[in-house]
Ligand binder design. Structure first.
Ligand code: CAA
Length: 385
């Protein structure tokens, strides 16, 4: 049975900052951010947006009245959850006006969460081929103002439909997952910002990638030259480059050049948006599909990584007609408004966060379809425009 990704959509906020402006404000050589880290712009989140509204916005781009009736399960993967008990999927389902006879779950496993959801969705569809599962990876990456991680912040959501006879990517049988209990990146319940041992996390990512790919080779007999592309989780573009270099070593033959060129195409949108945590690998997939020439039947390897930590290497086969099933991301990114560093800092410091009190946000500037208007009686308030 062919099961895989049938549709893909991406959504981010309406605002961004330029990494040259950020470097100047932080007294850093801009080339450290542009070349050393490999980021050019970063999505900025207004107080009126959160993981729920971003996730709903991505899903709304692919929903039609017919598809709304066909979806059987909504899996929302996030590490920017808005409640310790109630699933973000519950809010998202409501905002999208999906029918009540539907299964809704939130999944957390750091940046690996959307892949966990994808694998679970594949299992559901394998058991009941008529099912269509909506998988959403939605997050806000926050490290804090004037921290080493600040340059790697970002925000956005990817939504995908998993079904039989997929029109984008057929998921292949073998996948390898690898996990260890480590502290490379975490966010205690009392903190809005992530804590990270940045250099350690990069090393763990590279090691997990090598371990997963090595086991995959042993199990399948496949080699690097079998792949048209090998894409990875993208917290910042340089990290993916380091990960692929870990597999390629000193190789600079045609295979290595092809894989490096493919990876570069996958990094185009991350460079403009920053880290999406759960959605990053899948924004990388969209970026690759929209920024490189393709042929149906291509073999694409995907390495998903979530801190804490878990990695998984799996593969998909590109389907004809994939291009019509994805929104035009570059066009959406071109509509965004640039902010000054001061404006970004104000937005960063005025989120709903962990406060208990009632809050009513000024929503007049937010033209989004889904808006967080504030908090009342300890309940988040959302609005559909
Ligand atoms: N011109 C060009 N390059 C320059 C430069 C200049 N003027 N100055 C410095 N550089 C280069 C450095 O040589 C270095 O390159 P290499 O990595 O290739 O050696 C690069 O810029 C970064 O320099 P530093 O290592 O000195 O930077 P730093 O100490 O400020 O930290 C960082 C960088 C560790 C990535 C930090 O930004 C960070 O901690 N980011 C967050 C961590 C992160 O995203 N980890 C990813 C895994 S966790 C994850 O993905 C999240 C999840 O699962 C939930």
């Amino acid at each position: 049975m062919n099961i895989g990704i049938d549709q893909l959509a991406f959504s981010t906020t309406d605002y961004y900052i330029d990494m040259v402006d950020l470097a100047k404000a932080r007294n850093v050589d801009p080339n450290k951010y542009l070349i050393g880290i490999g980021q050019s712009k970063q999505a900025v989140v207004p107080p009126t947006q959160d993981a729920v509204t971003l996730g709903a916005s991505a899903a709304a781009k692919l929903l039609t009245p017919t598809l709304k009736k066909e979806i059987t399960t909504v899996l929302v993967a996030t590490e920017s959850g808005v409640d310790n008990s109630k699933a973000a999927a519950s809010y998202v389902k409501h905002l999208l006006d999906l029918p009540d006879f539907i299964r809704i779950v939130e999944i957390k496993q750091a940046c690996y969460g959307a892949t966990a959801a994808l694998i679970m969705a594949k299992g559901l569809v394998a058991l009941n081929p008529q099912e269509k599962v909506l998988v959403i990876g939605t997050d806000i990456a926050r490290y804090g103002i004037n921290t080493p991680g600040e340059v790697t912040q970002g925000a956005g959501a990817v939504a995908m439909i998993i079904s039989t006879n997929p029109r984008i990517l057929k998921l292949n049988q073998t996948s390898v997952s690898y996990s260890k209990d480590i502290m490379d990146f975490w966010r205690p319940l009392y903190s809005e910002n992530a804590m990270v041992d940045g250099h350690y996390s990069t090393q763990v990512f590279i090691d997990f990638f090598k371990n997963c790919f090595g086991r995959y080779q042993q199990q399948t007999g496949m080699q690097l030259n079998d792949f048209d592309a090998i894409l990875t989780h993208l917290p910042f573009t340089k990290m993916a480059t380091k990960g692929l270099n870990g597999l390629l070593g000193d190789r600079d033959d045609k295979v290595a050049q092809r894989l490096r060129t493919s990876l570069k195409a996958s990094q185009v949108y991350c460079r403009e948006v920053g880290n999406l945590y759960t959605g990053s690998l899948y924004l990388g997939l969209i970026s690759y599909l929209q920024n490189a020439p393709h042929h149906a039947g291509e073999l694409i390897g995907l390495f998903s990584y979530g801190s804490g930590a878990e990695g998984e290497f799996f593969t998909g086969t590109l389907q004809p007609g994939f291009a019509n099933q994805i929104n035009d991301v570059q066009n959406d990114l071109n509509q965004r408004q640039k902010l000054s560093i001061k404006q970004y800092e104000t937005m960063f410091n005025n989120q709903l966060g962990l406060q208990e009190k009632d809050i009513q946000f000024d929503t007049s500037h937010d033209k989004s379809h889904f808006i967080l208007t504030g908090q009342k009686n300890h309940q988040r308030q959302y609005q559909v425009n």
